[in-house]
Design a protein around this ligand. Structure first.
Ligand code: DCP
Ligand code: MG
Ligand code: MN
Length: 346
C-alpha cells in the first residue's frame, strides 16, 4: 500500500498495468500468494521503465520478456492486450470475489474464514452481522470497518506516533522509539502506525507493553480504543518469538477516525535487524533474505546469521550471529550498498 507516486503519471504502459492490476487484485482476494507476488513484481518493474527520461512503451511480447520480473506467463497476458486490446482474465470477475474481498476487509478475517462464510451463503456485511458469532477483534473490525480500511495521511501518523513516544518516554526517557513500516519509507499515506521500541540497557524492553498501555490510559485518555490479540501472546506472524502488540487508537478530539497501530518490542542488540524487517516493504524483505541465502547466510528480524541449519523449516542449528545491531552492518556483511528507506518501495 501507500505507494502511489509520480511513477504512475508518466507510465506509458498504463494501458497494460491497469489490466494487470485487476488480475493482481483478484489474486489478492483469492489469496493466491505466489501469483500475487509475481504480478506485483512485474507491474512494479514495468512502471519503473518509465522512471528514466525516455519512457519506453512495450510493443511486443519479446520486449515484455526482456523486462526484469516479467516471465512467460505475464508476457502472454501482455501479448493478449497488445493484440486484442483486452485481457479476458481482467474482464471476467469470479462471482465470489466481491464477497471474499468484502469479508477480508474485516480485521481478523483471512481468506479461509471468508471462504467458509461464502460457502454458508453469506454475501454481505449485514449477513455477517446477523448470522455469525464474531471474535472480539473481528467485532471491532466490523464496527470500524470503514475507518480501518482507509489509509491515513502521513501527518496523522506523525501525531499518533508522538503520543506513543510521549507515553513511552514518560516511563523512561531512555527508551528508543522509531516510526516504521510505510511511514519510514516516506509514504504520504499509511495503512497503520508501526513503531519499534527498545532500550539500550538490554533489559527494560522486557515487559514494556503493559507499561505503555497503562501510561496511555493515564496520560492520553481515549487514545487506546482496543487491544487486539488480547492475550498479547508471542505473535506467530512474527516468527513466534518477537512480541508484537496490535491495537486500535485515535487522536483526541471530536470526529477522529479510528486507526490501527503496531508496536514491535526488540532487544537493543537486534535493533538493526528489526529496523530492516519492520521497515519493509514485504517484497524488499523477501529479496534481502534471498540475497542472504544465496551467500550462505540467513537473515531474519533478529539478525544476519551464518551456518543456520533448517530441517523442514525447523531450525536445528541457530547459527552464528554476524550482524544485527545496526542496519548498515547487515548491508555491509551482505556486500551490498545501503538502501535508503525511501528506496525500499519495491
Ligand atoms: N512485514 C513483513 N512480513 C509480514 C508482515 C510485515 O515483512 N508478513 C514487515 C514489512 C512491512 C512491515 O513489516 O513493511 C510493516 O507491516 P505493515 O503491514 O504495517 O505494512 P506497511 O507499513 O509496509 O504498509 P501499510 O501502510 O499498509 O501499513
Ligand atoms: Mg504499516
Ligand atoms: Mn503494521
Amino acid at each position: 500500500a501507500c505507494m502511489k507516486s509520480s511513477k504512475d503519471t508518466n507510465n506509458k504502459n498504463k494501458f497494460l498495468t491497469d489490466k494487470l492490476e485487476i488480475v493482481l487484485k483478484r489474486h489478492e482476494a483469492m489469496n493466491k500468494v505466489w501469483n500475487l507476488i509475481a504480478y506485483k513484481k512485474a507491474i512494479n518493474s514495468i512502471k519503473r521503465l518509465n522512471r528514466n527520461r525516455y519512457p519506453t512503451q512495450i510493443t511486443s511480447k519479446e520486449e515484455a520478456l526482456k523486462i526484469n520480473d516479467v516471465g512467460p506467463n505475464i508476457a502472454k497476458k501482455i501479448d493478449e492486450i497488445l493484440k486484442t486490446g483486452k485481457l479476458r482474465k481482467a474482464d471476467y470477475v469470479p462471482e465470489e470475489m466481491h464477497s471474499l474481498k468484502l469479508f477480508q476487509g474485516i480485521y481478523g478475517v483471512g481468506p479461509k474464514i471468508a471462504q467458509k462464510w461464502y460457502a454458508k451463503g453469506y454475501r454481505t456485511l449485514e449477513d455477517i452481522k446477523n448470522n455469525v458469532k464474531l471474535k472480539i477483534d473481528q467485532e471491532f473490525g466490523l464496527k470500524y470497518y470503514d475507518d480501518l480500511n482507509e489509509q491515513m495521511p502521513r501527518e496523522e501518523v506523525t501525531a499518533l506516533f508522538e503520543i506513543l513516544v510521549a507515553a513511552t518516554k514518560a516511563i523512561d526517557p531512555e527508551y528508543i522509539i522509531e516510526g516504521m513500516g510505510s511511514y519510514r519509507r516516506g509514504a504520504k499515506e499509511c495503512g497503520d502506525v508501526d513503531i519499534i521500541v527498545t532500550h539500550p540497557d538490554e533489559k527494560s524492553h522486557l515487559g514494556v507493553i503493559p507499561k505503555i498501555l497503562a501510561m496511555l490510559k493515564f496520560k492520553f485518555e481515549g487514545f487506546l480504543v482496543h487491544s487486539l490479540n488480547n492475550k498479547f501472546s508471542w505473535s506467530s506472524e512474527h516468527g513466534g518469538e518477537t512480541p508484537l502488540f496490535k491495537g486500535i487508537c485515535k487522536l483526541p478530539g471530536e470526529n477522529q477516525k479510528v486507526r490501527r497501530f503496531d508496536i514491535l518490542v526488540v532487544p537493543y542488540y537486534q535493533l538493526g535487524a528489526s529496523l530492516l524487517y519492520f521497515t519493509g516493504n514485504t517484497i524488499f524483505n523477501r529479496s534481502m533474505r534471498l540475497l542472504a541465502r544465496r551467500k550462505g547466510m540467513s537473515l531474519s528480524q533478529h539478525g544476519l546469521f551464518y551456518g543456520v541449519v533448517r530441517v523442514k523449516n525447523e531450525k536445528v542449528n541457530k547459527g552464528t550471529l554476524i550482524a544485527s545491531r545496526r542496519e548498515i552492518d547487515i548491508f555491509n556483511a551482505l556486500g551490498v550498498p545501503f538502501v535508503l528507506p525511501e528506496e525500499r518501495n519495491v
